[in-house]
Design a protein around this ligand. Structure first.
Ligand SMILES: *Cc1c(COP(=O)(O)O)cnc(C)c1O
Length: 372
């Protein structure tokens, strides 16, 4: 199974989705499917059940909905379908993906409050408590679990406890963490958990999914502000028509995702995948520090999925040149996305193993053109 560098991929994607998939996940796409045939719809139902089981031990209280598009479409489906006309959303943000939730809410005319923690500070449950104590009109709380902008891991358990203490609906963008770190939606008090096919489950891009507390999802009936992204209607159709999507579904992508779920099980489940990602991230952080790079976040905020590094302090350094050289060596890395410092990012999720990270560190060491 350890296909470190499939020959049909010219480089390893060290980007946090789309990411490098296994050859068997890609091969699963080599046939066509009929969207109303039982074979296909049963595949969809199996995926929905597996997702709920991955998300919680309290399976009877949760359900799942698959939605066409990239992960943001699912976030927007939740934001635009879950908050009623007299509701108000509070977003805790410390990066571009938190900010994107705010932008979505504003476009839909949803009253929104924001607690902005800046770019390098964790979201904090105490600040949430103060806000909720001061503003009883807030009905929903949203936060990003792994803020891919920097690699920050936010404390969703503590935030969930406060949200529940005040009786709020709790929305978590777990896009780049779900499937890659153990979590139980019920224990975390999550009402809507959002992720997508091309992150830690290691499928290809094309759809996302929402794992929802059924009692919270039922309340979304009639609230949606768009037709295509109506979370409730999408769910209702899947429930009543045995896995049927409302509009054309990305059949090949769905079949590949099923294969990715089987491969997650074969790896030993989320616990084992988490161990691999942790090992990858540790090797990456240690190796990069050893050859002179500095890491943006303190260790206690760092996720095991993606790491931000400061540019080296040299006039001769450009990200474009580093990118090109590493691409030649077989690795694609990611530019930075924050305003307060010059950084770049390296992801370590996907079909990526400790040996790959060691090869990357060697390539990095041999390509320090700014020292020449
Ligand atoms: C990837 C990601 C998204 C969704 O991004 P898309 O480009 O729409 O797939 C949302 N939130 C987080 C934290 C992400 O990492």
């Amino acid at each position: 199974m350890n296909q470190t560098r499939p020959t049909d991929n010219p480089y390893l994607l060290l980007t946090p989705g789309p990411l490098t998939t296994s050859p068997t996940v890609r091969e699963a796409m080599l046939r066509d499917w009929c969207t109303w045939d039982r074979d296909y719809n049963e595949l969809v139902q199996a995926i929905r059940q597996k997702l709920v089981r991955l998300a919680t031990s309290q399976v009877e209280d949760y359900t799942s909905v698959l939605i066409q598009g990239s992960g943001s479409f699912c976030v927007e489906a939740v934001v635009s379908s879950a908050i009623p006309a007299d509701g108000k959303l509070l977003v805790l943000t410390n990066g571009a993906y938190g900010d994107r939730i705010v932008e979505m809410a504003q476009i839909h005319g949803i009253p929104t409050e924001v607690i902005d923690f800046g770019e390098v500070t964790k979201a904090d449950a105490e600040a949430l408590e103060q806000k909720l104590a001061a503003d009883a009109t807030i009905t929903h709380v949203a936060v990003v679990h792994s803020e891919t902008t920097t690699g920050m891991l936010n404390p969703i358990k503590e935030i969930g406890e406060v949200a529940k203490k005040y009786g709020k609906v709790y929305i978590v963008d777990a896009m780049s963490s779900f499937g890659g770190i153990p979590m139980d939606a019920a224990e975390l008090s999550i009402d809507f958990l959002i992720s997508s096919a091309n992150k830690c489950i290691q499928g290809v891009p094309g759809f996302g999914f929402v794992i929802a507390k059924t009692s919270a999802l039922i309340k979304c009936k009639g609230i949606a502000r768009t037709l295509s992204l109506d979370l409730y209607s999408q769910w209702k159709t899947m429930e009543e028509q045995n896995g049927k999507w409302r509009y054309t579904s990305p059949t090949h992508v769905v079949r590949a995702f099923y294969q990715a779920l089987i491969e997650l099980e074969a790896e030993g489940g989320v616990e084992k995948r988490y161990e691999r990602y942790q090992r990858n991230q540790q090797l990456l952080a240690e190796g990069m520090e050893r050859i002179g790079f500095r890491i943006l976040l303190p260790k206690e905020s760092q996720s095991p999925f993606i790491t931000s590094f400061y540019y080296p302090e040299s006039e001769a350094f450009t990200f474009a040149q580093l990118y090109e050289r590493l691409k030649q060596a077989g690795f694609v890395i990611y530019p930075g996305k924050i305003s307060q410092a010059d950084t770049f990012r390296i992801g370590n999720i996907g079909e990526v193993y400790p040996e790959d990270i060691e090869r990357l560190i060697t390539a990095m060491e041999n390509n320090r053109f700014w020292l020449e």
